[in-house]
Design a protein around this ligand. Structure first.
Ligand SMILES: Nc1ncnc2c1ncn2[C@@H]1O[C@H](COP(=O)(O)OP(=O)(O)OP(=O)(O)O)[C@@H](O)[C@H]1O
Length: 583
C-alpha cells in the first residue's frame, strides 16, 4: 500500500478539504497550496501545539514580524549573496530543474547541494544524465546559481528594494536590540515565531512538501557561550533514533537507537543545547501524531552544514520509502547577531556580569573630543563611543600613528594623541557579549503532510473497504460528528442541541444530516474525526445516544447529559473509550 499513499492522500486531501493547489480557476500555479477547512484547522491545531510546547512551556516569547523586509537585512544575513540553488535548464524543452536533485536522484551522490558547480556539471556529463521532463541529455548545459528570494519594491518606484523573507528567523534577529530589553538583558532567552516564509523554488514538487510559500515555526535561543547550559536531566531518558555523520560515511553505517543521555555521554551529540531540543522535539512530534518508527534525526555532514553552523541535525520523516527533512536544529554561533551588528547601527550584545569584578588593561579615550573638528558635527560623544568599542575590541588598531574610526558612512583617520589614547588598569563588572544562537526550525506544512501520511489507514468494516485517518485528538480538525439518524424534526432538534452543548464545551463539532448514516460515518472517518454521536428515536425516550469510536468502530450507548464531560475527558486523554460504562 505504501507507495500509493501519497497519491491517495492528494486525492483525499482535495475531496475532503485538507489542501489543494491554489488559483485552480486560472490553471493553478506551481508551489502554492490552499488549506481547505479541514487542513486549516489541522494546521492551526499543530501550530497551537507547537506554541504550547516550544514557547509557553519553555517560557519563551513569541513575536509576529512582517514578511517583507528591506534589502540591507538580507545583505547582512548573507541571503542576497548565497541563498542560491543550482538551476539547470533543459536545452530541448526549456524546463528548469535543480541540478543537485537530478544528481542525487540518479547517482550515488547523496549530498550534491554541497558540491561546487563545476563538479556537478562534470557528474551530469559523466553519468549522461537527462532531463526528467523530456529525456533530452543535459551534458554541457550550464548550471546557474539561482537566488531563491522573491524580490519586490517597497513603495512606488524602485528606490527601496525589498524581499519576501525566505525564513522567519531574520525577523527575530533584526529586532534583537529591542527583544533583549524585554528579556531584561538576561541570557539565555528564547524568541519564537510562527509565520510564512517564501522561496522561489526552482521546481516545487511532491505536494505541500516543497512549495514556494510555506509556514515555519522557529525558535531562536540566545545563549551566553560561556555560561548558559540546558537542563539535560529533563530529556536524558528520551529514546531517539539517530543517524550521525560518522554512520552515514561508514560503508555499512546505520541508524543508532539510543537515549539522549547516552548520546551525550558517548559524544554522538556533541552540543548539549541541540541534545536538549532533539529530546523535546522527539516527544512533541510523537504527541501530534508522527509515527516514531518512521522518524529519525540525521546529522549534517561537514560539507552540508552552513559555514557558520558548528553542528546541525535534521528531523526526518519517512514518506513512501523516502526520508524528508521536516525540521532543522542548528547551533549558529554568533554569526547572525555579529552580521547585523556589523551592517547596522545597533548593538547586538548583552552585558554579562562577571561573578566577581576583574581588573583588566583597557585602551581609554579622552571623553572631551570637541577639538576633533567640525566634521563630527558636534556629535563627539558618538565618536567616543565608536572609539571605545574599538579600544575594547582591538588593541592592535592603536599601534599606528592614526586610528581609523568609522563614523556615519565615512572612515576618519584620527591621530592617536588626539584620541587621548592611553592604557589604564580598570575594574570591570562584566562584558558585552554577542550571544550565540541555537535554532530549532520547524516546517509546519511538511509536518502536516507527515501527520496525514502517517495517519492514513485502510481496513474493512462489515465487508466494505474503509479509509480513515488515525489522527491524534489534539490535532484532529473535528473532534466529534453529531448526526440525527434520519430526517426528522425532533431528531434534528435534539442533535442540534447536543452539537451546541458540545461546542459550548470548547469541542470542535461537525453537524451532518445528509445521506445515510453509513456514508456520514465514512465521511468523518476520512476526515479523521475521533468520535461520532448519533441521535435516534430511542434517544428521545431514554436520553441516551450512540457514540462510535473511529479506529475500532466500537459503539456505546451513553447518556446525553454526560456527553460534554465525557467527550472532554476523552479529548484530554483522561479516559479511554473502552473503559467507559454504558448506560
Ligand atoms: N520549499 C519549502 N516548502 C515547504 N517547507 C519548507 C520549504 N523549505 C524549507 N521548508 C521547511 O522549513 C524548515 C527549515 O528550513 P531550512 O532552511 O532548514 O530548509 P532547507 O534545508 O533549505 O530545506 P530543503 O533542503 O528541503 O530545501 C525545513 O525543515 C522544512 O520543514
Amino acid at each position: 500500500m505504501s507507495d500509493r499513499i501519497s497519491e491517495k492522500l492528494t486525492e483525499l486531501a482535495k475531496r475532503r478539504g485538507y489542501f489543494f493547489q491554489s488559483s485552480g480557476a486560472y490553471g493553478g500555479v506551481g508551489g502554492f497550496y490552499t488549506f481547505g477547512p479541514q487542513g486549516a484547522a489541522l494546521k492551526g491545531n499543530v501550530e497551537d501545539a507547537w506554541r504550547d510546547r516550544f514557547a509557553i512551556a519553555e517560557g519563551h516569547m513569541e513575536i509576529d514580524a512582517p514578511t517583507i523586509m528591506p534589502e540591507p537585512v538580507f545583505e547582512a544575513s548573507g541571503h542576497l549573496e548565497t541563498f542560491d540553488d543550482m538551476l539547470v535548464e533543459c536545452p530541448e524543452c526549456e524546463e528548469s530543474h535543480r541540478a543537485d536533485h537530478i544528481v542525487e536522484d540518479e547517482t550515488e551522490y547523496e549530498d550534491a547541494e554541497s558540491l561546487p558547480v563545476p563538479e556537478v556539471e562534470e557528474i551530469i556529463a559523466e553519468y549522461e544524465l537527462v532531463c526528467p521532463t523530456c529525456g533530452a541529455g543535459l551534458a554541457g548545459a550550464a548550471i546557474e546559481d539561482f537566488n531563491l528570494m522573491f524580490a519586490t519594491n517597497i513603495g512606488p518606484g524602485d528606490s527601496q528594494p525589498g524581499y519576501l523573507r525566505p525564513e522567519t528567523a531574520q525577523g527575530i534577529f533584526v529586532e534583537f536590540p529591542r527583544l533583549k530589553e524585554y528579556a531584561r538583558n538576561t541570557l539565555p532567552f528564547g524568541v519564537t515565531q510562527i509565520g510564512r516564509a517564501y522561496r522561489n523554488e526552482i521546481s516545487p514538487r511532491r505536494s505541500i512538501i516543497r512549495t514556494r510559500e510555506f509556514t515555519q515555526a522557529e525558535l531562536e535561543l540566545f545563549v551566553d557561550p560561556e555560561t548558559s547550559e540546558p537542563d539535560l536531566t529533563l530529556v536524558e531518558d528520551v529514546s531517539v533514533r539517530l543517524y550521525p555523520a560518522t554512520e552515514q560515511q561508514a560503508d555499512d553505517g546505520s541508524e543508532v537507537e539510543t537515549t539522549i543521555g547516552d548520546a551525550v555521554a558517548d559524544g554522538t551529540i556533541a552540543d548539549p543545547w541541540i541534545a536538549y531540543f532533539l529530546g523535546i522535539a522527539q516527544e512533541w512530534y510523537a504527541s501530534v501524531g508522527v509515527d516514531t518508527d518512521r522518524f529519525r534525526f540525521r546529522q549534517h555532514l561537514a560539507g552540508e552544514r552552513s559555514h557558520y553552523a558548528s553542528d546541525c541535525w535534521d528531523a526526518e520523516s519517512e514518506i513512501d520509502g523516502n526520508w524528508i527533512e521536516i525540521a532543522g536544529f542548528a547551533h549558529r554561533g554568533d554569526y547572525d547577531l555579529s552580521k547585523h551588528q556589523e551592517y547596522s547601527e545597533e548593538r547586538f550584545t548583552v552585558f554579562q556580569q562577571y561573578d566577581e569584578p576583574k581588573t583588566v588593561e583597557r585602551a581609554v579615550v579622552d571623553p572631551d573630543m570637541s577639538y576633533l573638528g567640525p566634521e563630527f558635527g558636534g556629535d563627539a560623544q558618538a565618536v567616543v563611543e565608536e572609539l571605545e568599542t574599538l579600544a575594547g575590541r582591538d588593541r592592535a588598531a592603536f599601534e599606528g600613528e592614526t586610528v581609523d574610526v568609522e563614523f556615519g558612512d565615512e572612515t576618519h583617520e584620527i591621530p592617536v594623541e588626539k584620541t587621548g589614547f592611553a592604557v589604564e588598569e580598570q575594574t570591570e563588572a562584566g562584558e558585552h557579549v554577542v550571544p550565540h544562537v541555537i535554532e530549532p526550525s520547524f516546517g509546519v506544512d511538511r509536518l502536516v503532510y507527515t501527520i496525514l501520511h502517517h495517519a492514513y489507514r485502510e481496513d474493512e468494516v462489515a465487508g466494505e473497504e474503509r479509509t480513515y485517518l488515525d489522527l491524534e485528538p489534539e490535532v484532529a480538525p473535528t473532534f466529534v460528528g453529531v448526526f440525527p439518524l434520519q430526517s426528522d424534526d425532533d431528531l434534528e432538534d435534539e442533535a442540534e442541541g447536543i452539537a451546541a452543548a458540545l461546542r459550548a464545551e470548547g469541542l470542535s463539532v461537525t453537524y451532518d444530516d445528509s445521506g445515510n448514516i453509513g456514508r456520514r460515518y465514512r465521511r468523518q472517518d476520512e476526515v479523521g474525526t475521533p468520535f461520532c454521536v448519533t441521535v435516534d428515536y430511542e434517544s428521545l425516550e431514554d436520553g441516551g445516544v450512540t457514540v462510535r469510536e473511529r479506529d475500532t468502530t466500537d459503539q456505546k450507548r451513553l447518556p446525553i447529559d454526560d456527553l460534554p464531560e465525557t467527550l472532554s475527558a476523552l479529548r484530554a486523554g483522561e479516559v479511554a473509550f473502552e473503559d467507559l460504562d454504558e448506560e
